[in-house]
Design a protein around this ligand. Structure first.
Ligand code: SF4
Length: 221
């Protein structure tokens, strides 16, 4: 067992933006925006632990899960335990049906937790997109598992070092609730200025064209 368990949500945050992950899980900062509020609304139905039986499956909501091998802990929104033995996690997300890598990483981590807990393979799961009320099935294949385990290692390193990564400063920032706190444009502009200053004042970096040396005015040597 690894001492510090990583929350499954940290993998999703890191896969979206490493700096967002550090702000939330290292600096303990959080803020709401329209996207986080929609996310909360999407989870409202599945946030309370609940079990139900339907024809062909037992449905568990808000099921606590963990994986000792990778040191993970969290909750699954929904897990279907089907009568044929299939274990099938379903993660609720706001917005229309679309593939997003960070959602798939989180689902793969849930699948690995369920495999360890039930000793059953979990080869598939789904993202339920609340706005369109459609499922997107995800194959928990070897490449996705490898990317998820890479995320686990990167998050563990970041948490241990307490490091705040540089901002991504791209289209992801438009939907990020931490934009005001993160200030991606200002931090990135500061990075560019620092880099320019190093270039200008580093004696080992030649400037081109060479600076012109004007002849000394007459009468001066
Ligand atoms: S504003 Fe951009 S760089 Fe900052 S945490 Fe959010 S996504 Fe990452």
């Amino acid at each position: 067992m690894i001492d510090e368990a990583i929350p499954l949500s940290a993998l999703q945050h890191w896969s979206y933006c490493p700096r967002q992950c550090a702000l939330i899980h290292v600096e303990q900062v959080f803020d709401e925006n329209i996207h986080t509020l929609r996310g909360r609304a999407a989870h409202a139905r599945v946030d309370a632990p609940h079990a139900a039986t339907t024809p062909g499956a037992r449905i568990e909501r808000a099921l606590p899960v963990w994986c000792e091998r990778l040191g993970l802990t969290g909750r699954c929104d929904v897990v279907e335990f089907r009568s044929d033995g299939t274990v099938y996690p379903v993660e609720y997300k706001h917005g229309p049906r679309r593939r997003r890598e960070h959602d798939d990483i989180q689902l793969a981590a849930q699948a690995v937790c369920l495999e360890e807990m039930t000793c059953q393979p979990v080869p598939h799961g789904a993202i339920f997109h609340v706005s369109s009320r459609r499922r997107r099935e995800v194959e928990i294949d070897a490449p996705l598992r490898a990317r998820m385990e890479g995320a686990v290692a990167a998050v563990r390193d970041m948490l241990q070092e307490g490091r705040l990564p540089r901002p991504v400063n791209d289209s992801r920032c438009k939907e990020c609730s931490l934009r005001e706190i993160c200030q991606p444009e200002i931090v990135s502009a500061g990075d560019r200025l620092t880099s320019l200053a190093h270039t200008l004042f580093d004696p080992d970096i030649e400037t081109w064209p060479p600076m012109r040396t004007d002849p000394a005015p007459r009468g001066q040597s």
